[in-house]
Design a protein around this ligand. Structure first.
Ligand SMILES: O=C(O)C[C@@H](O)[C@H](O)C(=O)COP(=O)(O)O
Ligand code: ZN
Length: 288
């Protein structure tokens, strides 16, 4: 099946009280592992590409070529959206041109009026071209210069202003953090999430920083309107751990164990296992 935008899969998820996973891709192994797992579990899936990962993979056109090639060669039949993650205004335009099916414009660092103005322009372009679009209100926390900043809680009124522009999905800060959560993390603010959902109605809400949130909190967030959960760090940690074990066991020095097709295989399987676990947790299995 060719790429689809994320509108239908997220509308169904919101109505069906489950969430679709966005898994960030970093290279060929990542992409193949995520697509094969989605197909095996009959689950819709969103492939997230940050601007940095896009550059690393030789640009957005390369990413589009690789993903479209895999959809065809691997006979992927489940709905797959290719989505720019935390995009700038220029990055969003470049991805629209390159053939992505969905973009995120992260205007959370602008004041609300500028966020509204830029989001509006991109909503118009995406509508015209048939892409889905995610916007963000309230910055997500995370590590900067070695310090882990706590996540902001979005203002529900500002969320409504952005939702009313006609975006497909809305990321609202609810105390969530990118990367590893610190031991003293206060947890998700369900009060904020509830207030955002009440103001934004049927709008699918997005939970960023999906790695390391206790399962029960993720499930509760889904009951309060989260329809898309973003995961990157947990796949990276699983890949790194499996690769380290392989090398520490000296397997790269046995026979042809240094061949990248063998060396990267444990990490590939570890990503598959992580994605499977998350799809089961989010409830998207058999929802393709
Ligand atoms: O780190 C990235 O490049 C992608 C993330 O920002 C993604 O949008 C996300 O929210 C995943 O968070 P994580 O699971 O905490 O890495
Ligand atoms: Zn994010």
């Amino acid at each position: 099946m060719p790429l689809v935008n994320a509108k239908e899969m997220l509308t169904k998820a919101k109505a069906g009280h489950y969430a679709v996973g966005q898994f960030n891709i970093n290279n060929l192994e990542w992409t193949k592992a995520i697509l094969l797992t989605a197909e095996e579990l009959n689950s819709p899936v969103i492939l997230g590409v940050s601007e940095g990962a896009g550059k690393y993979m030789c640009g957005y056109k390369t990413v589009v070529g690789m993903v479209n090639g895999m959809l065809e060669e691997l006979n992927i039949t489940v709905p797959v959206a290719l989505h720019l993650d935390h995009g700038s205004y220029e990055g969003a335009k470049a991805c629209i041109e390159a053939g992505f099916s969905s973009v995120m414009f992260d205007g959370s660092h602008y004041d609300i009026d500028e966020n509204v103005a830029k989001t509006t322009e991109l909503v118009n372009i995406c509508n015209e071209k048939g892409l889905s679009i995610e916007a963000e209100v309230g910055a997500i926390g995370g590590e900067e210069d070695g310090v882990i900043g706590s996540g902001e809680c979005a203002d529900p009124e500002e969320c409504k202003r952005i939702a009313d522009l006609g975006v497909t999905m809305l990321a609202a800060g609810i105390g969530n953090i990118h990367g590893k959560y610190p031991a003293n993390w206060a947890g998700l603010s369900f009060e904020t999430l509830d207030a955002v959902q009440q103001k934004t109605g049927d709008m699918p809400l997005v939970l960023h920083g999906g790695s390391g949130i206790p399962d029960e909190m993720v499930k509760k967030a889904i009951t309060l309107g989260v329809s898309k959960v973003n995961v990157n760090t947990e796949c990276q940690l699983a890949f790194a751990e499996a690769t380290r074990k392989y090398i520490e066991a000296g397997k790269d020095q046995e026979g042809k164990g240094f061949d990248p097709r063998k060396l990267l295989a444990p990490g590939f399987e570890a990503i598959k296992a992580t994605v499977k676990e998350k799809m089961e947790l989010f409830g998207s299995v058999n929802k393709a």
